[in-house]
Design a protein around this ligand. Structure first.
Ligand SMILES: *Cc1c(COP(=O)(O)O)cnc(C)c1O
Length: 399
């Protein structure tokens, strides 16, 4: 189903770029040849280019616990975050709540793009931001009754902590606010239950666990009860109710399609199609069980073989509280996590690091094997025992 990487290399970077489906190159080659070279303009009519955003969304909908009609794939995660935050602000105003709701609640340690997008919206005068230190502060942040939307990462990009989606949704809804979930570190790694937990809105990276390919477009979910409540943030022709009527004025498409602003990324979507066909056959509970088994084993191995060298697992121990990757830190005075990460990459274990002190093992439930975990921990133990990470060649910036 998936192509092998370089021989001898163990990949633990599904949290950055997921593995390549075996037939992705052939699909892209065919699109370029039959679509671009031969069909050209006719490709819009004779191929499924226009339907791809919905078809890809429908294929991945089950693993995020959504109905096929409620997910599309388009644009980057950052752009979709902008679109749905603005949509949420409009939707909140449209509910006729007593006072205007214009506050966006964000976690202080959220992934930078989530904060930057929020800051841009606030700077343009569309909202004000309110920071929380963690989920324990959510109730107090919502108490004034002025919050339109809470933007949360389902799984934290550093620690791997997974939030209780149902509980957060309930708290927000009790205060009349919406929740926008960023699924970048959970979609394709663990079972996500958008509909069962009554989630309002979600976005999620297409090129990480979802294996859409470098720079792949992102997923966008809107609960059906909200879909018609407001205009999309970008009222583009692809989101018009009657695309080819070329009407002089905008009329939003009835469902989720209104969030398709411009033309789809046809070449990127061809690559993503290879992954989508795989996802359409994956049973969410089996994915979750596989992820649990892999990450539990990895944590056990790290505890058993690396703890004496100062390696501490910082991801939550309980699987329900843990998402895509397993994070560790090196608990010593002279630790240099970037150097350790580079030494491990040089030993053929592709991991990633995040300041200040996280080293991340991004296992992929569809491609990582239990034996890979043994070999990776063996190589890590060797790097730690030999103190090779102190070599000058690992002291520079991460490559
Ligand atoms: C990787 C990631 C993104 C990616 O954003 P793009 O705009 O698609 O590059 C967004 N949010 C989080 C939490 C991420 O980890």
């Amino acid at each position: 189903m998936f192509a092998h990487g370089a021989p001898g290399t163990l990949y633990f970077d599904a949290n950055s770029i997921g593995p390549m489906p075996l037939d992705a190159p052939e699909r892209v080659r065919r699109l370029l040849d039959e679509g671009w070279r031969i069909a050209r303009r006719r490709g819009w009519n004779t191929s499924d280019w226009l339907e791809q955003p919905r078809a890809l969304g429908a294929a991945i909908a089950p693993i995020v616990g959504a109905h096929a009609d409620d997910v599309i794939v388009c644009d980057s995660t950052s752009v979709n975050q902008y679109k749905l935050l603005r949509f949420a602000l409009d939707a909140a105003t449209c509910t006729g709540a007593a006072s205007a709701r214009n506050v966006i609640v964000l976690e202080r340690t959220v992934f930078p793009t989530n904060r930057y997008v929020g800051e841009g919206i606030a700077r343009a005068g569309h909202a004000t931001l309110r920071d929380i230190d963690g989920p324990q502060d959510l109730d107090a942040a919502l108490a004034p009754g002025d919050v339109a939307v809470v933007a949360l990462s389902h799984v934290d990009y550093r620690s791997g902590r997974r939030l209780d989606m149902a509980a957060m949704n309930r708290i927000a809804h009790d205060h009349g606010a919406l929740v926008l979930w960023d699924l970048s570190h959970s979609a394709g790694a663990v079972a996500v239950r958008l509909r069962d937990t009554d989630a309002d809105l979600a976005i999620g990276c297409g090129y990480k666990y979802l294996c859409g390919g470098p720079g792949a477009p992102s997923l966008l979910y809107v609960h059906p009860r909200l879909q018609a409540r407001a205009w999309p943030a970008i009222a583009g022709w692809m989101g018009h109710a009657d695309l080819f009527a070329f009407e002089p004025h905008y009329l939003p498409a009835p469902g989720i399609s209104r969030h398709l602003a411009g033309s789809p990324a046809v070449i990127a979507n061809a690559a993503f199609g290879a992954a989508a066909d795989i996802w359409a056959q994956v049973e969410p509970d089996a994915l979750d069980a596989r992820h649990r088994s892999l990450t539990d084993t990895l944590i056990d191995l790290l505890d058993a073989h690396c703890a004496s060298f100062g390696i501490e697992v910082t991801s939550p121990r309980e699987h329900a509280r843990r998402g895509g990757h397993v994070s560790v830190r090196l608990a010593r005075e002279d630790a240099n996590i970037d150097a350790l990460g580079q030494a491990l990459v040089a030993a053929g274990v592709v991991v990633s690091t995040r300041k200040p002190d996280s080293l991340r093992f991004g296992v992929h439930p569809l491609t990582t094997r239990h034996a890979d975990l043994w070999h990776a921990v063996e190589r890590l133990t060797d790097v730690l025992r030999s103190e090779r990470w102190r070599d000058a060649r690992f002291a520079g910036p991460t490559k």
